[in-house]
Write a protein that binds this ligand. Structure first.
Ligand code: AP5
Length: 198
């Protein structure tokens, strides 16, 4: 199954895709994780991407399209978490491979800001939240540079202008599944799996 997870920053795409990957045995590919790894390893891509990411801007389409073409080459099942994020990225993806469904997660802006400002990344690779899902004592956590207030504000504007048009794009292609992302992680994961399997 080839799925795309779409939704505003902080709605929970990474959290749900990590769970659904385990339950449905599908590989999750997160462009955000791939880019943060490239930044950490100071690769050429990472050096080019860092400034955009810290400011909450999107990395230029061509860099992402090249990265993803290589990453999904030959795969017949995956969850794309955070790609495509612009119409040109969606068009480039369509030329490479046919997607089965696009899951659009929805939650109000105040909830998204609460989730992003309290998010912490664990050194065990998991995503935590200071209130909603605190890390165990033995896990060290850090805050992402783009989870600071100014970057959060910008990411929400960028989402509205550049990514939200994909909802209409995929609705017109009859591929969109909407999921209410205001409940508990358990509820959202179960609901998403049910809708995908329908
Ligand atoms: P990326 O890492 O993809 O960031 P994002 O889309 O902004 O999404 P997030 O990772 O912030 O949020 P999420 O929806 O995964 O939420 P999470 O599960 O962590 O991208 C980062 C940057 O890379 C971009 O800004 C851009 O610069 C660049 N980039 C990436 N892809 C690109 C592309 N295609 N094109 C161009 N540039 C690109 O959850 C958030 C918090 O909420 C967590 O603390 C979690 O514990 C909590 N939470 C989640 N769900 C619930 C729930 N149901 N109840 C309570 N708490 C919850």
């Amino acid at each position: 199954m080839k799925l795309v997870f779409l939704g505003p920053p902080g709605v929970g795409k990474g959290t749900y895709s990590a769970r659904i990957m385990e339950e449905m045995n599908i590989v999750q590919i997160s462009t955000g994780d791939l880019l943060r790894e490239a930044v950490g390893n100071k690769t050429e891509l990472g050096m080019k991407a860092k400034g955009y990411m810290d400011a909450g801007e999107l990395v230029p389409d061509q860099l992402i399209i090249d990265l993803m073409k290589e990453r999904i080459d030959g795969m017949d099942s995956f969850i794309l978490d955070g790609f495509p994020r612009t119409i040109p990225q969606a068009e480039a993806l369509e030329k490479e491979i046919a997607i089965d469904n696009v899951v659009s997660f929805e939650a109000p802006e105040d909830m998204i800001i609460q989730r992003l400002s309290g998010r912490r990344m664990g050194n065990d690779g998991k995503i935590y939240h200071i209130d909603n899902n605190p890390a165990p004592e033995e896990v060290e956590v850090t805050q992402r540079d783009d989870d600071k207030p100014d970057a959060i504000k910008n990411r929400l504007v960028v989402y509205k202008n550049q990514t939200e048009p994909l909802i209409k794009y995929y609705t017109e292609k009859n591929k969109l599944i909407k999921v209410d992302a205001t409940g508990s992680v358990e509820e959202i994961v179960t609901n998403t799996i049910n809708k995908i399997e329908e």
